[in-house]
Design a protein around this ligand. Structure first.
Ligand SMILES: O=P(O)(O)OC[C@H]1O[C@H](O)[C@H](O)[C@@H](O)[C@@H]1O
Length: 548
């Protein structure tokens, strides 16, 4: 089998890479007035400007050829068609089916059609959300619910949390959402302080129904509810669940009709489109949740149909590979110039790092190139007063995605133009940098004496040529949010597909969970003491004594 690095296009890219030592983005823009218009794509109500990348037309063509040679398109089609591309778990990967309103038949590898159960679950969610909002479903005292505590972690937390936060302008009046993920009791306790159990609904989300944090938080919430007036026989009115293990949820005390199904063919970090998205629908209404699905569906259609040269997720994935494997970059930064999207970097962090943090290929062979980058980021303009310094003048290149809605939900005079100016100004500064001559001229303009000017000039130089994408949308809506999240899902897929890894398992998290259970047994003195390594034994002993 030909490996990625043996492909002829990989070798062409290696050759092309040498010419980038002399490549100047600033000069490219001067020499080529059509660059930005040409290197822009509109799809699914998003616009990507990728012209501020270390990229020539030739390299773009070669990267797309690499994708073709590596079999990206057939693998993409296999995913959409329900083939078991998650080969270590023998599962289909069908989060895209959850938002497909066009096909009535999508089969998994076992031959079962998933569409009817998806439709039935959406209908059930719609009814449930309406019943909660209209006060048909109530707590034990027949008072309408005012608060929802959503308990879940990882993929059963980040999607609902980030989408609910992002769609705050669409919030359903009279309902407050609270999220609890961490097993740290403080997280739960702080939320419980703010709610009245009588008017609170707990939505527990766990695909496996075996995650320690989620089970423990739900049990403790149930204890709190019972201790604070909810009759034990009414617990089923206040607690509902989403899980692929319906039987375990019922055994836990949920009413069978209040357990929403999830399926093996939906990965946790790809699951907000399933019933795991119930907290989103409760927060913003089912119609808005449907719009979120439609936005993602529009991006799916674009990903499946657009030629690679005009395909937003493909180009973003290829750029990521270009930097990781040909420029040695180790991380990528996401900069949300929208307060409502402040959680997106954490969401994409899980999506990308849990998917592509792998060092063997699908057959288990060690791979010889760098895979998943570290994903980090935050909210513009805050980052400009913190870590942007490293983006501009640090020793390495950190490719950046800038994300900006053109219209604000809160157009307070002047603010949005300033926000946008900061966003665009940062991409410009990263791209063009500041030469030594410019730094000198600037200092001379400030009237500095020659010696002082020379002393400072080198500190003011900015190398430029720092790559960025700019992603625009008219406004942050449920549709554009769906499209944006699906874009990052597919970017992650493109990278994993090219690297030849399985982006849909996460065996790496399992060891920590297993060892954590062993340590807990020691802490609770259920096993012989001092069975662990010396460092961990001493840590456990300190905890048991309660002091250092
Ligand atoms: O939904 P659950 O089964 O409770 O799983 C919650 C999360 O925990 C796991 O450890 C995985 O790392 C995540 O991908 C998953 O989303």
């Amino acid at each position: 089998m030909t490996t990625l690095t043996q492909l002829s296009t990989w070798q062409q890219l290696q050759q092309q890479r040498t010419s980038y030592d002399k490549f100047s983005l600033r000069a490219s823009f001067t020499a080529d007035p059509g660059r930005a218009a040409r290197m822009s794509i509109k799809a699914a109500q998003l616009k990507l400007d990728f012209s501020k990348n270390l990229l020539t037309d030739d390299t773009l063509t070669t990267l797309c050829q690499l994708a073709r040679e590596a079999g990206l398109e057939p693998l993409r089609d296999a995913m959409f068609n329900g083939e078991a591309i998650n080969n270590t778990e023998g599962r289909a990967v069908l989060h895209t089916a959850l938002r497909n309103s066009q096909r009535s038949h999508i089969e998994t590898e076992t031959g079962s059609n998933v569409v009817p159960e998806i439709s039935a679950t959406l209908a059930k969610m719609k009814q449930f959300v309406a019943d909660v909002h209209q006060g048909v479903l109530t707590g034990y005292s027949n008072k309408a619910f005012t608060d929802i505590i959503a308990i879940g972690i990882g993929g059963s937390f980040l999607g609902p949390k980030v989408a609910t936060e992002a769609l705050r302008p669409y919030a359903q009046a009279g309902i407050k959402l609270h999220f609890v993920a961490n097993v740290d009791g403080t997280s739960l306790a702080e939320k419980l302080k703010r709610i009245d159990p009588e008017t609170t609904l707990v939505v527990m989300s766990s695909k496996s129904f075996s995650t320690q944090e989620t089970i423990t938080n739900t049990q403790s919430a149930r204890d709190h509810f019972i201790a604070n007036g909810v009759p034990i026989e009414a617990i089923g009115d206040h607690f509902v669940a989403i899980s692929s293990n319906v039987a375990a949820a019922v055994e836990f005390g949920m009413k069978a009709e209040n357990v929403f199904p999830m399926w093996d063919w939906v990965g946790g970090r790809y699951s907000l489109w399933s019933a795991i998205g119930l907290p989103i629908a409760l927060a913003v209404g089912f119609d808005h949740f449907e719009q979120l699905l439609r936005g993602a569906e529009a991006m799916d259609k674009h990903f499946c149909e657009a030629p690679l040269e005009q395909n937003m997720p493909a180009i973003m994935g290829l750029l990521s590979l270009w930097y990781s494997n040909f420029f040695g970059t180790q991380s990528q930064v996401l900069l949300s110039y929208d307060h409502y999207l402040r959680g997106l970097p954490a969401y994409v962090q899980q999506l990308d790092m849990e998917s592509n943090g792998k060092s063997v290929d699908k057959e288990g062979n060690p791979i010889e190139y760098h895979t998943g980058p570290v994903i980090w980021g935050g909210e513009g303009t805050n980052g400009q007063h913190a870590y942007h310094q490293l983006l501009h003048q640090g020793t390495g290149i950190i490719p950046a995605d800038f994300i900006l809605p053109l219209q604000s939900h809160n157009p307070i005079a002047g603010h949005h133009n300033m926000l946008a100016a900061n966003c665009f100004g940062q991409t410009q500064a990263l791209m063009q940098g500041k030469t030594l001559a410019e730094a000198r001229a600037e200092l001379a303009g400030q009237g500095l004496a020659e010696e002082e000017l020379e002393r400072l000039a080198r500190h003011k130089v900015m190398p430029g040529n720092r790559p960025s994408n700019t992603l625009l949308m008219d406004k942050l809506t449920p549709f554009t949010l769906g499209s944006l999240i699906a874009l990052y899902e597919h970017r992650t897929f493109v990278q994993g597909a090219l690297w030849g890894i399985n982006s849909f398992d996460q065996w790496g998290v399992e060891l920590g969970k297993a060892l954590g259970n062993g340590v807990l047994a020691e802490i609770e003195a259920k096993t012989q003491p001092n069975q662990l390594d010396e460092s961990t034994n001493l840590l456990v002993a300190a905890l048991r004594q309660g002091h250092i």
